[in-house]
Each structure stands twice: as C-alpha cells, then as structure tokens.
Design a protein around this ligand. Structure first.
Ligand code: WQD
Length: 341
C-alpha cells in the first residue's frame, strides 16, 4: 500500500516514515523544507535500506500536488506538513492561515479529484480551550492562538468534507508534547535557531550551545510551581500513526484521538530527570510566565487505546535518554558531520 506523507522530512514526519517503512508500507514524501531538510530521509535509508520516493514540493502549489497524484497510485495520505510555532503564529497570523489552511484545502481538493479519501491528519492539543487536568476528546474546543486555530479550522473542514461525501475516512490525531528521538541517535528534533520548546532547549544547554534555561513561571498552582505537560516519546507518536492508518483503511467517518501518555510532568521534574540521565547540570533561572501558557495540560488517552489499540509505551527517562543521545551525536542537528561517541 502506498502512503503519501506530507511534511515527511520533519521531526514527527521522519520518525513516522521510519515506522511506516518498518510496517511494510511504500512511501512517497512531499516536503518544502521550510522547517526541515533532506538529511533525515538519507538517514532513514541508512537505517532501513529502503528508499523513499521524494518530491521537493509545496502544498501551496496545486499543480505540484496534482503531479504527485498523477505519477503515483496513492492509497492514503498522512498530512503532517504545516507551520507549528505558537509564538510565530501570533506574529504572522496571515502566513499561518495561508500555509496551513490553504495548503490543506489544495491537498484535499487534489485527493478528491483522484478519489483518494483516506487521511490521517496531524492536529494538536492546542485546539482545546480548557487545558487544565486530563483532557478527553470531547473537552471544549477553542484555541488561544492562530496556530491552534488553523488546526481547529482544518478539523472542521475535514468534518464538513465527510458530511458532503461519506466515503471519506479521516483520523485526526491531537498530539500533546512530542519529545525524544529514534534510539539510534540518527534521527531527532532539529531546531532552526533558538528552540521554542522545552526539551530541545534543555539538550542545547546540556551540550553548552545555550547558557541556561529560562523557566517560564514558577508560581503556577502545581506542586513545584512550574508548568505540567504530557510529554510523549516521538516513537510512540509514530506508532500511533500506524494504528490510525490501519483504522482509516478499514472504516469511514472522521474521528479525533488524543496522542499522549496520560501522565503529566513539570518543568522541574524534566530538568531533574534529564540531569540524572545525562550527568549534566542544567543551569536555570525562573522568569515570568510565557503568554498563552497554561498551568497543567495532559491527555486522557483512553479513546486511542480503545479504538486504535494504541498506547504510549516509553517513559520520561527513555525520552530524556534518546533526546540526549541525538543531541550528543548531532550537536548542530543535521547540519554537522556526525560526532562518534
Ligand atoms: C513546555 C513547558 C513551558 C520552554 C508547544 C506548542 C504545542 C505543541 C507542543 C505543536 C511549558 C516550559 C518551555 C522554555 C520553559 N506543538 N518552557 N522554558 O508550549 O506545552 O506546547 O509544543 O503542536 O502546539 O504550544 O511546549 O515545550 O514550549 O513548553 O519553561 O524555554 O515548558 O512554559 O510549561 P508547549 P513547550
């Protein structure tokens, strides 16, 4: 079976492609390299011995999407391509709506034209408006930022698409906080510039690229005053996509699933665990809260367990070990020659 993976060269995409290949799928990757590059696809070949057919293309160029569907018999699409920084979306909302929403519309129109009606869509926990405590899929929706609103709009578009044509089968995956890397250390999270997210910031402090971590808020109503999140290993997230593809191939309808562990860890707990795992101190200062952050956010993942037969298997220690191994071997991400350890 042939799967088109949009954004397949990115952090989530490359780990998902690796798992899809290991599960026996034939892949085509579309990526415009706006937040990625070709190296992860080469690394996947080194790990699996399998080539991935690659198109350097942009979802905003509808002709380039049609070319892919004309040249290949595609059975389903895993749609990961999109801008994903909350902070950047507040600064540049129009580029986020255009890139994420228009790009998805062009993709769906092309799928419709070629009668491909099976999709797994990468959404996010930021679509929930109430981010306090265990969040189930029927929690109130409504994002506080343009990035989350692009995801919410796309979810509504996909639901309307199914209402117009019941042949569509779509699984919406709402990611919590993906972290970690493939255990080989050959794939991982590459940050263009200063990382926004906690784990890549910690790993860059650990290798000395950044001086110290700023903890955004030490006065939250949590046991140690720092924010609590549901960190999920990127390999568990990738496995969730395999289960979701199996579902869309054997059913119709649109359904959203939380991909999280159901456990919350604070910033301070992450720092302590990472230091234990790496043997490196993580200097930090506690500063003001970051606008838009909530105190506590973690998943109720029971629906995915029940309907996708999926649950996260890796714990916080393995997340830290794998993130550290990636950073140690690749101090500047995919740009630098790999350092042997
Ligand atoms: C985690 C915790 C911060 C950085 C974001 C996106 C979300 C999703 C996952 C795409 C919070 C604290 C962070 C730092 C800190 N991405 N922190 N110092 O904000 O929960 O979610 O990434 O879908 O859309 O919003 O993740 O890693 O930025 O923050 O103290 O330098 O770490 O306050 O408590 P977040 P994060």
């Amino acid at each position: 079976m042939v799967i088109l993976v949009t954004g397949g060269a990115g952090y989530i995409g490359s780990h998902t492609c690796l798992e899809l290949i290991n599960a026996g799928y034939e892949l085509i990757v579309l990526d415009n390299f706006s937040n990625s590059n070709i190296v992860p696809l080469h690394r996947i070949y080194e790990i699996t011995g399998k080539h991935i057919k690659f198109y350097h293309a942009d979802l905003l160029n509808k002709n380039s999407i049609e070319k892919i569907f004309m040249e290949n018999k595609i059975d389903a699409v895993i749609h990961l391509a999109g801008y994903k920084s909350v902070g950047q979306s507040v600064q540049s909302p129009l580029s986020y709506y255009h890139n994420n929403v228009t790009g998805t519309l062009f993709l769906c129109q092309t799928m419709q034209k070629f009668n491909v009606t099976k999709m797994v869509f990468s959404s996010s926990a930021t679509v929930y408006s109430i981010n306090e405590g265990a969040i189930s899929e029927d929690a109130q929706l409504g994002s506080s930022n343009p990035y989350g609103r692009t995801k919410l709009m796309i979810e509504e578009i996909l639901k309307d698409l199914y209402v117009s044509d019941n042949n569509w089968s779509i699984s919406i995956l709402r990611y919590f906080n993906p972290v970690g890397a493939h255990s080989s250390g050959r794939l991982g999270e590459e940050s263009n510039g200063i990382p926004n997210n906690l784990m890549p910031y910690i790993t860059q402090v650990a290798i000395g690229k950044l001086e110290q971590l700023q903890i955004f808020g030490g006065d939250y109503p949590t046991p140690d005053g720092t924010g609590i999140r549901d960190y999920i290993h990127v390999m568990d997230l990738a496995a969730g996509h395999i289960r979701a593809i199996e579902r869309v191939m054997t059913s119709t309808g649109v359904k959203a699933y939380n991909l999280g562990t159901g456990n919350g860890y604070s910033v301070m707990e992450m720092i302590i665990m990472f230091s234990q795992v790496s043997g490196r101190k993580i200097p930090y200062t506690i500063v003001d809260r970051r606008p838009g952050d909530v105190a506590v956010c973690y998943a109720d993942p029971s629906m995915a367990k029940r309907e996708l037969f999926w649950e996260a298997e890796r714990g916080i220690e393995e997340m830290c070990e794998d993130a550290w191994r990636w950073q140690l071997i690749n101090p500047s991400g995919y740009k630098e020659i790999v350092r042997k350890i």
